[in-house]
Ligand binder design. Structure first.
Ligand code: ADP
Length: 447
């Protein structure tokens, strides 16, 4: 097992990885920007190394600085967390070239899944159902018109290198197609340096349902059930739950097995997520994320597994600690993403935390790097806490979540706690009756 792991991240996920390491008897090295000198991950880690100025480009994305830190600290392995360099195949290769273990999948798999056109081809070859669409990139307006005609309007034009919900446009009809495709191409070029686009059927009211998977890199794989992440604003997840309120145990077992076999065939190593849109009982693959996700704790809550420990074990060459038969889904878990933002306008609200009290009690978990007096820097993502609540069933989970949100005190910056409090009182939400469009409609109605 590793003696020392460098955590190439910040915030709650850096703490999450630190905790798994300490439980496994592994020492940790935190890296940080000058703006994060007082951050919790720096305080808790066994060692800390400053890797640059506040801007992420110069610090958390600064590959030479991170590699130097790992060499100076003599770390055996690097855990990238999520975001930043976690899906950068070149970084994964550089880490390995320095004889440091990369706690993540094979760089080739990261590269393949990072290009969405390539990812869809791979998914199809592995037997996963796709959203109907172009068979690869779109090379001309004529080709786009032909594909759209075949699958039927509305269609969605998407950037092959897109991410974070950016680089997508809905095309309602043939007349608007030429200009929207060319706009999408120039926006993709500007945002991702790649103007490759492809076309998909635009599903009207789907749910976003994703499967957590794990591979040992040798053809062994398990699935850890699904998460429902349909509650989104601007394609960003706001609240996630496991299991999905709409999936039966039989459907979970059937689709889980399809996904498990695909991952086994790929000989994938480590944690990953296969994302689907789900409409009228059918699954459609949209993308695969080759990293730990923000919402992984809801899967941990219903399976009792520690996903970060599993990642570290597999990276160290140990087998998966469970077989599919060992994995049972029990109860219900919900995660609320709490952002330092105005709950109505979503304007960022960094600054000093003047009072902090986190909820506790049975089955209440808070993953956060906040503390009393902490100054939330304005340079990074606005996620400041994840509240994860478990219950024997969804009703019990909601009852406990209401109580936990009431107890949560974060004074100073504005937070999205009031948004979650209002959301869980909605009757559609309580029934689990929502699609990916639902939250934006609900927000618009409240405004
Ligand atoms: P990104 O990598 O930018 O997050 P995804 O392909 O994962 O892009 O899609 C993000 C979100 O966009 C999905 O969760 C869903 O809300 C919406 N979306 C993507 N593809 C479609 C589609 N074909 N029809 C309708 N909505 C879609």
């Amino acid at each position: 097992m590793f003696k020392k792991v460098l955590i190439a991240n910040r915030g709650e996920i850096a703490l999450r990885v630190h905790r798994a390491c300490r439980e496994m008897g592994i020492r940790t090295v935190a890296v940080h920007s000058t703006a994060d000198a007082d951050a919790m991950h720096v305080r808790l880690a066994d060692e800390a190394i400053c890797i640059g100025p506040p801007s992420a480009t110069d610090s958390y994305l600064n590959i030479p600085a991170i590699i130097s830190a790992a060499e100076i600290a003599q770390a055996d392995a690097i855990h990238p967390g999520y975001g930043f360099l976690s899906e950068n195949a070149r970084f994964a290769e550089i880490v390995q070239e320095h004889r440091i273990t990369w706690i993540g999948p094979d760089p080739e798999h990261i590269r393949k899944m990072g290009d969405k056109v390539e990812a869809k081809r791979t998914a199809a070859a592995l037997g996963l159902p796709l959203v109907p669409g172009s068979d690869g990139p779109i090379n001309s307006v004529e080709e786009a018109l032909e594909v759209a005609e075949k699958i039927g309007y509305p269609v969605l034009v998407k950037a092959a290198s897109g991410g974070g919900g950016r680089g997508m446009k809905v095309i309602p009809d043939a007349a608007s197609l030429p200009s929207l495709v060319s706009q999408a191409k120039s926006e993709a070029k500007a945002a991702f340096g790649d103007d490759t686009v492809y076309i998909e059927k635009y599903l009207s009211e789907p749910r976003h349902i994703e499967f957590q998977i794990f591979g040992d890199g040798q053809g062994g794989a398990v699935h850890m059930g699904e998460r429902d992440c349909s509650l989104q604003r601007r394609h960003q997840k706001v609240l996630e739950e496991a299991p999905s309120p709409v999936l039966s145990a039989a459907e979970r077992a059937r689709m889980g097995e399809v996904v498990r076999q695909a991952i086994a065939k790929l000989k994938y190593r480590g944690a990953g997520t296969i994302e689907f849109l789900w409409e009228n009982g059918e699954f459609f693959f949209i993308e695969m994320n080759t990293r730990l996700q923000v919402e992984h704790p809801v899967s941990e809550a219903i399976t009792g597994l520690d996903l970060v420990r599993e990642q570290i074990r597999v990276a160290a060459g140990l087998p998966l600690s469970v077989t599919q038969d060992d994995i049972h889904f029990e109860g219900h878990a919900i995660e609320c993403r709490i952002n330092a933002e105005d709950p109505a306008s979503f304007a960022p609200s960094p600054g000093r935390v003047t009072d902090f009290h986190q909820p506790g009690g049975l089955h209440v978990r808070v993953d956060s790097a906040l503390y009393d007096g902490y100054r939330i820097p304005p340079y990074y993502d606005s996620l400041i806490a994840k509240l994860i609540v478990y219950g024997a069933n969804r009703d019990e989970c909601l009852m406990r979540l209401r109580r936990a949100l009431e107890e949560f005190v974060i004074h100073g910056p504005k937070t999205t706690i009031p948004l979650h409090q209002a959301l869980i009182e909605d009757s559609d939400f309580q029934k689990g009756d929502y699609s990916i469009k639902w939250l934006e409609r609900w927000l618009a109605a409240k405004a």
